[in-house]
Design a protein around this ligand. Structure first.
Ligand code: ADP
Length: 638
């Protein structure tokens, strides 16, 4: 018997149920919103930066504008020049470079003769700066004179009223010094020391990168046109649209110094001159590609200029988008955790996280839209771990209730079975007595009137119907209490069939029916003869019971591939197709049978199937409505 559903079906509950559902839905939405709003108040810059870096790494490198060139002093240059190139060597370089007509030439942190601030540089900073006497400096200044937009980059920034701070001492005083510092998240945001942004303005003054980049992209002359600007302290900054390390064309210092280059390479380009000699840790930066400082400062600046020339800085999405996404994901997670099956729920949450990651990546590349990922991801984790214990408590309570109900039902079932078997036992004795008495009266030589004889016959057949009904019920009770045991013996199936047929001959005769047999001789097999006789009796009795008068029942036995088959074929009304799957269920009687005078308990086929399956066999029915039925018992020979 099935366990009834948990919810009752009363009218009151039917009305309450939808209302409760709406309240629960509303509560989940409110909780989701509350959690996401609380979460948004917290900053997760480190996690956000981690997701940002992943996107930079995963996307294909952006196509460069081809406006930026790098000239690098490296260890080979030092070897060839027998030392770090000083002012004389740089003067040579500039005079050669002049012939190529670059549009702008910028020295990246090349030397530190800045008036008034030399002392601000520590010993380590000064390593790698090139030096020289006044005459070589003058030569250098002379060489620089003919170059357009020539200047020195410095990390130092002029505040208001510090305008002369960035000028050089004579004879270099005519050389421009540009303030264009690198940034690193040391004390703010992710605090991981990674360079991710560039400064566009400081105290409303345009800095080096937009100034020089506007020579290549005239849109930038108006700062307002620069995409992705955000205010940070006293400055406006944008995120750097990094190209993969090694993307920029790098020329060797000594090649240019010796005039060994194609002038077309530098014509109208922005040339950055820097070094890669490992003199100071400050010459290298950590980038989203790697936390080990493995990008040269010069390449970082090339990336900064490129970002502005292409005007392609990633644009952080507005805060409301972040709030909306976090809320949707929080509400979804709460609903999934509270309503779906655990495995399915995990699958849904996993695919939500994956799709969200893919969408974030696709928006970042190629559109440069940067949506926050930290808050939505934390919303998934927080809601999951917050609501799982609640779900577990509900599930536990439900299974406890089910367990209790199951126990109660088992007890009721046991009581019922015991009651039925008790009742049946007590009924069997009086019926046997009635049968005995009727037999006695029938055998008596005292002549009975035809009416009396008919009445006695009816009593006899009714009591035998009742007995067979009680026997079925008793067998059913035995099955339910697992009390059926097999007492196997080696028996000839055909002999069992003959016995059963003999017992039913009278029944067939009453209906003028013929029982035709086609029994193949075979070896004895091991079976419980009592149970198997009951199976055959039920099938033959049904075949006779449900068939019309003057029809015929055929019984066949055969052995095929180690399986004994016994067919009971009748010419009865057959069983409608929609009822076929139910005929072996306990207490099932077809609609036709119920409305006909044919008596039955609906237990015959249930018992037959049970007994056959105890023998590891099976029972199959094929039937066509109006044509007859065929019940086949298959038993293994071993
Ligand atoms: P019952 O005591 O009603 O005969 P069974 O379990 O033996 O119970 O059979 C279940 C139902 O299957 C019957 O009520 C009847 O509708 C159908 N059935 C069984 N055998 C036949 C048959 N040979 N021909 C037609 N219907 C049958």
């Amino acid at each position: 018997m099935g366990i009834p559903p948990l919810q009752g079906n009363s009218r009151e509950q039917d009305i309450l149920q939808p209302r409760r559902k709406i309240i629960f839905h509303a509560l989940r939405i409110v909780l989701g919103l509350a959690i996401s709003l609380a979460l948004i108040q917290l900053k997760f810059d480190f996690i956000e930066a981690f997701f940002y870096d992943i996107r930079i790494r995963l996307r294909p490198s952006p196509t460069l504008s081809d406006e930026v060139r790098i000239i690098m002093v490296d260890s080979k240059t030092i070897e060839k020049n027998k030392g770090i190139p000083g002012f004389p060597e740089h003067a040579e370089l500039l005079s050669k470079l002049k012939t190529a007509k670059p549009k702008a030439v910028i020295y990246i942190r090349g030397f530190a003769p800045l008036r008034g601030i030399e002392n601000q540089y520590g010993e380590e900073d000064r390593r790698g700066f090139f030096v020289g006497d006044d005459s070589s400096k003058a030569r250098f200044a002379q060489a620089a004179k003919g170059l357009q937009n020539f200047g020195m980059q410095t990390d130092v920034m002029e505040r208001h009223a510090e305008e002369s701070k960035l000028s050089l001492s004579p004879p270099l005083d005519e050389i421009s010094v540009y303030s264009g510092p690198k940034t690193a998240d040391k004390n703010i945001l992710a605090k991981d020391g990674v360079s991710r942004r560039l400064l566009v303005t400081y105290q409303n003054q345009k800095l080096m990168h937009p100034e020089i980049a506007s020579l290549f992209n005239s849109d930038l002359q108006n700062i307002e046109n620069i995409k992705g600007r955000l205010n940070l302290f006293d400055s406006e900054q944008v995120y750097i649209d990094f190209a993969k390390p090694g993307s920029f064309a790098i020329s060797k210092f000594e090649d240019i110094q010796n005039g060994n280059f194609d002038p077309g390479l530098f014509e109208n380009k922005l040339v950055l001159i820097g070094d890669d000699i490992g003199a100071s840790a400050k010459d290298y930066v950590s980038t989203p590609f790697s936390r080990d400082a493995n990008m040269t400062l010069t390449e970082l600046h090339a990336n900064m200029f490129e970002t502005l020339i292409r005007n392609s800085a990633p644009q952080p999405s507005p805060n409301w988008v972040n709030i909306l996404l976090t809320s949707i994901i929080a509400i979804l997670t709460i609903n999934v955790v509270l309503t779906l099956r655990p495995l399915f729920g995990l699958l849904i949450l996993g695919s939500t996280a994956l799709s969200f990651t893919v969408i974030s990546l696709l928006l970042f590349w190629p559109f440069g839209v940067w949506i926050g990922m930290a808050h939505p991801f934390l919303a998934i984790f927080l809601c999951y771990y917050f609501f799982i214990p609640y779900r577990l408590i509900i599930e536990n309570r439900r299974s406890w209730e089910l367990f209790q109900k199951h126990q109660l039902l088992s007890q009721v079932e046991e009581l019922k079975t015991n009651f039925i078997s008790m009742m049946s036992h007590d009924l069997k004795t009086p019926i046997a007595r009635i049968q005995g008495m009727t037999d006695l009266i029938l055998k008596d030589t005292v002549t009975l009137s035809s009416h009396q004889r008919e009445a006695i016959d009816t009593i006899r057949s009714s009591s035998s119907d009742l007995l067979s009904f009680i026997n079925s019920i008793l067998n059913y009770a035995r099955i339910e209490s697992q009390g059926v045991e097999l007492h196997k013996q080696s028996k000839d199936i055909n002999q069992l069939l003959q016995e059963v047929i003999k017992r039913h001959e009278f029944l067939a005769k009453v209906k003028h029916m013929k029982i035709v047999t086609d029994l193949e001789p075979m070896f004895s097999i091991s079976l419980d003869p009592d149970l198997m006789k009951q199976v055959f009796s039920n099938l033959l009795e049904n075949a006779i019971k449900y068939s019309p008068e003057h029809s015929q029942v055929q019984i066949k036995s055969s052995e095929v591939d180690g399986v004994v088959k016994i067919d009971f074929i009748d010419q009865g009304p057959g069983i409608p197709e929609d009822e076929l799957p139910h005929v072996f269920m306990k207490f099932f009687r077809s609609k036709n049978a119920k409305s006909s005078p044919v008596k039955g308990s609906g237990l015959g086929l249930y018992l037959a199937k049970y007994f056959v399956e105890l023998h590891k066999g099976q029972i199959i029915v094929t039937s066509l409505s109006g044509k007859g039925s065929c019940f086949t018992v298959e038993l293994p020979t071993s």
